[in-house]
Design a binder for this molecule. Structure first.
Ligand SMILES: [Zn+2]
Ligand SMILES: [Zn+2]
Length: 460
């Protein structure tokens, strides 16, 4: 089929959603590899690299995921990678669901955390109702505010609407084809379709699960959607909806306890705190330097962090107990992605996600030439085979993960390639995907500016 023309030019990804892009035209020049002196293809849009000696091949690879901001995140990262290796081996050996004991222990910890939370809420309410004396009201207000800040994560997302500029909700009337596609993907994965579909301008996509019900909301970030080929997009929908598969008994309690503990850490160990302290200190230094000021601030920081230690330890413990289950859920979501988009689609998604710089370089050079943002993203999604080969090299690196919660990408790809290969689901026809494309292009009208601004921000 031909490429439908849109008000913004030809949508380049519509020719055939599943055909690989040939290299021709992408690398018009040849340059000499500075290491092994062989000729390598070069072009303006994509990284120039040498397949002989590997020169430049890993440019833009994500940082090793173990370099966290604190000992806790480094330790957690190590524990998760170990769990990811173990579960990978189990799944390849046809293993079942793993031992039930870590989950039972996690539920026990979660019950203690939630019970303590109920006691805390009860004590604060008691103080509000029964307290007396000069300190009654100031302290009551302070405690209620503190608890509200800590427990904010437990508020259902539906009640949070209207707070700031969130992603836009897409009604089935706005985007009937996209809604129908998401419903069909949910059917293929075997989960309840999301209740709401949202569109943001981010380079991300996620499902937000309701803590108290069965519903999930699916948010698609346009930067990510726009830069993925169609097979990778289907895999993305499959992976995200795969996160709605049952997670085993007690998962909800563990999830709720995690939200409470993270709430405490947000209040007691805010990451912006050091910055505030530094500013405060430099003001004292400039005003002639009263040693008491900074010392008091540091003392307050130390006390605050000491208070945070129980929450931090409980969270690290929960993470340890849930490590296998969380990595297993990620692999299950990958398998769901392959069921929808086929094995090549799921692998295309995983390789595409290890590429934080390559697509940005491609898009930024296009935007500098005043090209349209959506076309530029689509071109970045249709990467030539040579760039795909480079990304596969990055993905094969053991330390590369898309983020702290996912298994190493190399293990995810390895698992998908060793399981029986599948093709894209029969209902995902090019005509149907083209209809969704036209719909999304229509929805872009009001978001084109925001999208360009976000991209300009991210490479400054
Ligand atoms: Zn070379
Ligand atoms: Zn995931």
């Amino acid at each position: 089929m031909g490429a439908p023309t849109t008000p913004y030019g030809a949508a380049v990804h519509l020719f055939d959603p599943f055909a690989p892009e040939p290299d021709a035209g992408h690398y018009p020049d040849l340059v000499l590899c500075p290491h092994c002196r062989r000729d390598v293809p070069a072009g303006p849009r994509w990284v120039t690299w040498c397949e002989g000696c590997g020169w430049n091949a890993l440019v833009g690879a994500p940082e090793p995921a173990t370099s966290g901001p604190s000992w806790a995140s480094r330790w957690t990262a190590r524990v998760r990678v170990r769990a990811a290796r173990r579960v990978h081996a189990e799944l390849l050996a046809g293993g079942g669901t793993g031992s039930p004991w870590p989950r039972r222990a996690a539920v026990a910890v979660a019950v203690v955390v939630l019970a303590l939370t109920v006691v805390q809420v009860g004590l604060v309410l008691l103080w509000v109702v029964r307290g007396s004396g000069f300190w009654h009201w100031p302290l009551a207000v302070l405690l209620v505010l503190l608890l509200a800040a800590v427990l904010r994560g437990l508020v259902p997302p539906s009640l949070e609407r209207g707070r700031g500029a969130g992603p836009d909700e897409l009604s089935p009337d706005d985007a009937p084809a996209l809604h129908a596609l998401v419903r069909d993907v949910a059917d293929l994965v075997g989960v309840v379709p999301p209740r709401r579909l949202r569109l943001s301008t981010q380079d991300n996509a996620w499902v937000s699960r309701e803590l108290y019900g069965r519903h999930v909301d699916l948010t698609l970030g346009l930067v990510l959607w726009g830069r993925l080929s169609w097979d990778a997009r289907l895999a993305l929908l499959g992976h995200e909806l795969g996160h709605c598969l049952p997670r085993g008994g007690g998962h909800r309690a563990v999830h709720a306890a995690g939200l409470v503990l993270r709430g405490w850490l947000r209040v007691l160990w805010p990451s912006g705190y050091d910055v505030a302290v530094m500013r405060y200190r430099s003001r004292w230094d400039r005003s002639g330097g009263l040693i008491g000021g900074p010392v008091l601030v540091w003392l307050a920081t130390v006390l605050q962090r000491l208070a945070a230690v129980p929450a931090l330890l409980a969270l690290v413990l929960l993470d340890r107990l849930e490590a296998s289950a969380s990595q297993r859920a990620e692999y299950a979501a990958d398998v769901a992605a392959a069921r929808v988009a086929g094995t090549p689609g799921a692998v295309a998604l995983l390789s595409g996600l290890v590429d934080p710089r390559g697509w940005l370089t491609s898009v930024s050079s296009a935007l500098r030439r005043d090209e349209d943002v959506w076309t530029a993203l689509a071109v970045a999604g249709r990467r030539p085979a040579r760039e795909t080969a480079r990304l596969r090299r990055i993905a094969r690196d053991e330390t590369v993960r898309v983020d702290a919660s996912h298994p190493p990408t190399a293990l995810r790809i390895d698992l998908l390639e060793r399981l029986p290969r599948t093709g894209p689901a029969a209902t995902m026809t090019p005509e149907r995907l083209a209809a969704v494309d036209r719909e999304v292009e229509g929805l872009l009208r009001t978001r084109r500016r925001a999208l360009t601004d976000r991209l300009l921000e991210s490479w400054v």
